[in-house]
Design a protein around this ligand. Structure first.
Ligand SMILES: [Zn+2]
Length: 146
């Protein structure tokens, strides 16, 4: 699966390598950012049944790939069946445990962002949740309250 134009070269390389081994390969290409629900809908239509037993390789922007992978796991895909490749590390998802919002932002672990849900200042923690497809944030003032 290629999400965005930068991912097409990666998908073409995977396809070439797998085709040489005799594996059956299907490529789904998305022109740009795509909601995770659309990815799983297209996969289910393409598979015409459960995704168990499939090997799925996805390339694209990190936030989109992680979100799509989380959606695939929710419909039965196993982590060991997924190969993920990020073509762009710029925008990530940061989860706020205080209001349960997810903020799409250009951030990296250690950086402080503003939560899009409650406005708190969140430190982006290095914990990357596969289920939430993003980093955990924590209120930078939380330790002051103790
Ligand atoms: Zn929040």
């Amino acid at each position: 699966m290629a999400i965005g134009s930068a991912a097409e070269a990666v998908a073409d390389q995977w396809t070439g390598a797998l085709t040489k081994t005799g594996k059956q390969v299907h490529i789904l290409k998305f022109a740009g950012t795509v909601p995770a629900e659309e990815v799983t809908r297209r996969l289910e239509v393409h598979a015409q049944g459960p995704l168990n037993g499939w090997r799925l390789a996805m390339a694209g922007p990190v936030a989109t790939v992680l979100s799509a992978a989380a959606a695939v796991r929710q419909v039965g895909g196993l982590h060991c069946e997924l190969t993920l490749h990020a073509t762009d590390l710029g925008t990530v998802r940061v989860y706020c445990p205080h209001c349960r919002s997810t903020t799409l932002t250009k951030s990296s672990p250690g950086a402080v962002i503003g939560c899009s849900g409650c406005g708190r200042e969140l430190r982006t923690r290095p914990h990357l949740s596969r289920r939430l497809a993003g980093y955990l944030g924590s209120d930078i003032h939380a330790e002051e309250l103790a």
